[in-house]
Design a protein around this ligand. Structure first.
Ligand code: 5AD
Ligand code: SF4
Length: 442
């Protein structure tokens, strides 16, 4: 092995994926090169997620697998949400780990790596006290066409089930001029799609004199020359104002998609979850979107089996699915998490019942998606080409409203369409994706 090498595996959300891009950039700036297999690496990093129990267990399985390799000088780092949540306990459970750091400490990552390199063991970065965001000039972006930009880190809400405020700390917004400068630079480098990221982007508050709110920032980013698509995630219904819909209506470059996690269709359960909105409040937001100038696809997250959720609460969630007809949704069984206020409510819905509700919900949603997607057959959609499925001889495209639309076309011998915008006529549909044929290269 020549020089310093690292391997990184990332779990969890897009925030984590983007944090890893920044971590990779920081490591490369320090002279490390990335390898594909942990076996080949001098430093193995896991950027972890603790949103649900299963996500959390993964890192400990990985660490166990490599316990023996540790004796041979390999270094291990646990980053991200499990690191923040478990802290120094990780050293007890996996003594071969040398660095444990949560995302709020990544501004000190270079310094922590330096200490690790100079032989220090049990290096930690666990403080949540910071006003800073992790902006680094070294970000190593994975995708040459779509770039993530963090606009706000942390979360000030206290949803009863959620670890994020404990793992990512309080909200810190990034100055609007810094977001704008980064977007302009990325546009200059050929990125055409920007995804604004934060645990709750809607509560963005510009710390600079400009004092932009989220809707203003969204609109301004969308006006930057060279930027064809702007996405944002994730939203909180409480902070999702009509001004955001107006900004979307006013800017064709803002994608036709809103992810608006509802969690439950029952006001009673929403109150128990401390979500700070009622079913009626949520319905109002959906009405804004449905009455907007363009047709926006709407997706959501739902938790089944929250403590105290009755059959009739669950039916209200099913009723919400019929009313909104989501374009897609993520659904989860409630998982009790450390530090959260819902822990005191116990975990009262039996596993089989959670599973039953999840299956009913997913089956209902599947039928909705089959029907909605079939309605698109015959229409022409513009896709950004994101990849190629060699086996199927298809290009993988994404529509503005966040659907996967694949289409046949020349492969290795023809011109590469990667990163291009192509008009595609939809010819077939399934519950999760569409297939079509290209009409023109835009
Ligand atoms: N149990 C189950 N699902 C959860 N989520 C967050 N915390 C939990 C939990 N404790 C889900 C929510 C959130 C998504 C990212 O993960 O639906 O929107
Ligand atoms: Fe997982 Fe939440 Fe942390 Fe993202 S912020 S990695 S979803 S625990």
């Amino acid at each position: 092995m020549s020089g310093k090498t690292f391997y990184i595996e990332t779990f969890g959300c897009q925030m984590n994926a983007h944090d890893s891009e920044k971590v990779i950039g920081t490591l490369m700036d320090r002279g490390y090169s990335q390898v594909e297999r942990p076996e080949d690496a001098g430093l193995v990093l896991y950027n972890t997620c603790s949103i649900r129990d299963k996500a959390e267990q993964k890192v400990f399985h990985r660490l166990q697998q490599f316990q023996r390799a540790a004796g041979k000088g390999k270094l291990f780092a646990v980053l991200g949400c499990v690191a923040q949540q478990e802290g120094e306990k990780i050293f007890d459970r996996a003594p071969h780990v040398g660095l444990v750091a949560g995302s709020a400490s990544y501004t000190r990552l270079g310094e922590m790596l330096g200490r690790l390199e100079s032989g220090e063991r049990r290096v930690t970065g666990l403080s949540l006290v910071t006003d800073e965001t992790f902006d680094t000039p070294f970000t190593r972006r994975d995708n040459p066409h779509r770039a993530y930009i963090t606009i706000i880190e942390g979360c000030d809400k206290s949803c009863a089930y959620c670890v994020v405020p404990f793992t990512r700390g309080p909200e810190r917004s990034r100055a609007s001029h810094s977001v704008m400068a980064e977007t302009r630079r990325l546009a200059g480098q050929g990125y055409s799609e920007i995804q604004l990221l934060g645990q709750n982007v809607n509560s963005y508050r510009d710390p600079s004199h400009a004092r932009w709110d989220f809707a203003t920032l969204l609109g301004r980013v969308a006006e930057i020359p060279g930027i064809c698509r702007v996405r944002y995630t994730t939203s909180h219904p409480r902070d999702f104002g009509k001004d955001i819909v107006d900004a979307m209506d006013a800017h064709a470059t803002i994608c036709d998609h809103v992810h608006l996690p509802v969690q439950s269709g029952s006001t009673r359960v929403l109150a128990a979850m401390d979500r700070l909105y009622t079913r009626e409040d949520y319905d109002q937001r959906i009405a804004w979107l449905k009455n907007a100038r363009r047709r926006y696809s709407i997706t959501t997250d739902i938790i089944v089996g929250f403590p105290g959720e009755t059959e009739s609460d669950f039916e209200e969630t099913l009723d919400l699915l019929d009313a909104v007809e989501y374009d897609s949704l993520f659904s989860f069984k409630y998982s009790p998490r450390p530090n959260t206020s819902a822990l005191s409510l116990g975990d009262r819905i039996p596993e089989e019942e959670k599973q039953r509700r999840l299956a009913i919900l997913q089956e209902k949603q599947r039928a909705i998606q089959i029907r909605r997607n079939a309605e698109l057959i015959g229409s022409v959609r513009e896709v950004l080409v994101e990849g190629r499925n060699q086996a199927l001889e298809q290009w993988i495209g994404r529509t503005s409203d966040n659907r996967t639309l694949n289409f046949a076309g020349a492969g290795a011998n023809g011109p590469s369409l990667l990163g291009k915008y192509v008009s595609v006529r939809v010819t077939r549909s399934g519950p999760n994706s569409l297939v079509g044929e290209s009409v023109t290269v835009v």
